[in-house]
Design a protein around this ligand. Structure first.
Ligand code: SF4
Ligand code: SF4
Length: 312
């Protein structure tokens, strides 16, 4: 099982021509970005790789990849614009809006664009045609290259709470022809809508955790999410020398979840991270570990495929 090498059309896995891998975590601060970035740096020598930073509230892959950005474009969403001269005060728009983005004060419809989800329901149901839609910028997409690695990131505008449309825009904004590419998505932390938008439809998900009571609890939530989405997955344990490793390992064993990588706690690794360094370029043992991680991902996917084929 092998992906295309740069410059050669070579054999590929999954979907026939591409692979999308998400790196997610039930909570922030587990080292998700570290895994995404260092896996990309490990693969770039032999494969076409792109990184999509979908952690749009706080994108930080750029701190480590240091890309040259050559494109920026706004992400907009249509919000209602009410022509008060045509409004008869019927209140239908306020009733229709599930997000309380429109309220009635007497006979006046008042909008709160920051709560709007752009569904278009209000304008559809307005009996007088008083509602038109105007685009409002909710974020920006930036893209470029970090060495050989393609790079795209989204940033949510300050004051905007709607991450999913920006995340979807990041996922659409890949490097054009992605045949034979490995796409690595750095997902937001947690298990809510933004994470689902980042992980849904990927070929494989790495769940990054750490051996703390909160780490286990949030891992269990994240496992529930990826199982709901039907995405094959494995676990990476970061800072594995700290806390209660036994509980995480026994949970994974009980659930039949493969542990694909353990990164021990090491002050040198922490110092490297703190100054924006690249672990796989500074520590040969981690370069080997990330190569093995990639092999294990491929093996796990192969096993999944074999299981699915046997089930048919
Ligand atoms: S549905 Fe249209 S007419 Fe009715 S209150 Fe809303 S904007 Fe006014
Ligand atoms: S577009 Fe949808 S979410 Fe926005 S105000 Fe209208 S009904 Fe509410």
């Amino acid at each position: 099982m092998q992906l295309a090498q740069p410059g050669s059309p070579g054999p590929v896995i999954n979907r026939g021509d591409m692979m999308i891998l998400a790196v997610a975590s039930g909570k922030g601060g587990t080292g998700k970005t570290t895994i995404a970035v260092n896996l990309a740096l490990t693969l770039e020598a032999t494969l076409h790789v792109q990184v999509l930073d979908c952690d749009v509230e706080e994108p930080d892959c750029h701190l480590f990849l240091r890309p040259t950005l050559d494109m920026a474009e706004g992400v907009t969403m249509p919000v209602p614009d009410i022509d008060s001269s045509r409004c008869n005060g019927c209140g239908r728009c306020a009733k229709v809006c599930a997000f309380h983005s429109i309220i009635m004060t007497g006979n006046q419809a008042i909008t709160f664009p920051e709560l709007c989800h752009g569904c278009g329901g209000c304008s559809l149901f307005c009996p007088t045609g008083a509602i038109s839609e105007k685009p409002v910028e909710i974020g920006v997409i930036e893209s470029g290259k970090a060495g050989r690695i393609g790079f795209v990131q989204g940033r949510l505008s300050v004051g905007s709470a709607l991450a999913p449309p920006v995340i979807r825009a990041v996922r659409r904004k890949t490097m054009g022809d992605v045949k034979g590419w490995v796409t690595i998505i750095d997902a937001p932390p947690g298990t809510s809508c933004p994470v689902v938008n980042s992980v849904a439809g990927v070929d494989f998900c790495l769940l990054v955790t750490e051996p703390t009571p909160f780490g286990l609890n949030d891992l269990i939530l994240a496992v529930g999410m990826v199982r709901q989405l039907g995405v094959p997955f494995g676990v990476v344990i970061n800072r594995s020398g700290l806390g209660d490793l036994v509980s995480i390992k026994s949970y994974c064993q009980q659930e039949g979840i493969p542990i694909l990588l353990e990164i021990p706690f090491d002050r040198r690794y922490a110092a490297c991270y703190a100054r924006g360094g690249r672990l796989v370029e500074e520590f040969a043992e981690l370069k080997r570990a990330f190569k093995e991680l990639w092999q294990k991902i491929e093996e796990t996917l192969e096993n999944e495929r074999t299981k699915r084929t046997a089930g048919h």
